[in-house]
Design a protein around this ligand. Structure first.
Ligand code: G1P
Length: 301
């Protein structure tokens, strides 16, 4: 285990350079991370999860056409002034509550679509020599406490590296990184040592149906491995491949998140996230549930 492995997790990396081709035409001019689940952009939900976990610095790996993400995490002066003139105190307070403090965000561009491993490597200078959190915005983890908060608590017991996993149906394993795990460890029984990992195994060859769900705590040694990583599945530089190499030198654990996970990279996952998040919002849940029930009754009738 490296000497830094028990350091506190202060920084989180958010890869947001993806093109969002599965959501065209919605994502022609709007980054997929800015599509809304109820009334918050997907990326805001994921940043909220990191803030709840105590993250202090938010590192975004962006690309061309993603500048609006940076604007979203800044003050909108004209909007604030108009809201103030109209005495919209509640809206102003809500915006202020979401705003990261000055100097706690960093943005860097990936420049070329070479894969998740390359995107993470682009964060090496900003993260530096300390363990960090990595959150993939496509995957919404819905539950309380949030996934990253639970992972950081687990990390305080285990150290090493942690990836969140969840069960997917056998016919979906080829879309994800898959982990094979041993006997449960830790107080809550939701942390497992990892025996093997494979990125997007061919159909019928997955070692388990535990998919890597897009939440990671990684040691900084991953950056040196990513720098030398050859292209893997899909011709891209794969994070999972470098994690496999790191697992030969350091501990790797799987963390099973007990909330619900929505893959917003898929249309159905995105729509389900909207339904689930709306049904858990006290201000709109009752009215929305009544509308949904009426719609379902009409469709069945
Ligand atoms: C990435 C990771 C994969 C993980 C997935 C979760 O794949 O490489 O291991 O299971 O995110 O969404 P991508 O979705 O970028 O193809």
């Amino acid at each position: 285990m490296s000497k830094t492995s028990r350091n506190r997790i202060r920084k989180a990396v958010f890869p947001v350079a993806g093109l969002g081709t599965r959501f065209l035409p919605a994502t022609k001019a709007v980054p997929k991370e800015m599509l809304t689940v109820v009334d918050r952009p997907v990326i805001q939900h994921v940043v909220d999860e990191a803030r709840e976990a105590g993250i202090e610095h938010f590192v975004f790996i962006t690309g061309r056409g993603k500048a609006v993400i940076e604007d979203h995490f800044d003050i909108q002066f004209e909007l604030d002034r108009t809201l103030a003139e109209r005495n919209k105190t509640r809206e102003l307070e809500a915006l202020a509550k979401d705003l990261p403090a000055a100097g706690t965000t960093s943005f860097t561009r990936q420049q070329a679509p070479l894969g998740l491993g390359h995107a993470v490597w682009c964060a090496r200078d900003i993260v530096g020599d300390e363990p960090f959190a990595l959150l993939l915005p496509d995957m919404l983890h819905h539950g309380s406490p949030g996934a990253m908060k639970g992972m950081i608590e687990a990390y305080e017991e285990t150290g090493g590296n942690i990836v969140a996993v969840y069960e997917v149906p056998d016919d979906q394993t080829h879309q994800y990184g898959i982990a094979d795990v041993g006997q449960a460890r830790g107080k809550a029984g939701n942390v497992f040592p990892i025996n093997a990992m494979v990125e997007k195994p061919a159909r019928g060859t997955a070692p388990s149906n535990l998919a890597i769900s897009g939440r990671y705590i990684l040691q900084p040694e991953i950056f040196g491995l990513l720098e030398k990583q050859e292209r893997g599945a899909g011709g891209e530089i794969q994070l999972t491949d470098s994690m496999l190499t790191l697992a030969r030198q350091q501990d790797f654990f799987a963390y099973r998140f007990d909330g619900d996970i929505y893959d917003c990279g898929m249309k159905t996952g995105f729509l389900m996230a909207n339904v689930a998040y709306a049904l858990s919002r006290p201000d709109i849940a009752a009215a929305f549930r009544a509308d949904l029930d009426a719609l379902m009754a009409k469709l069945k009738g």
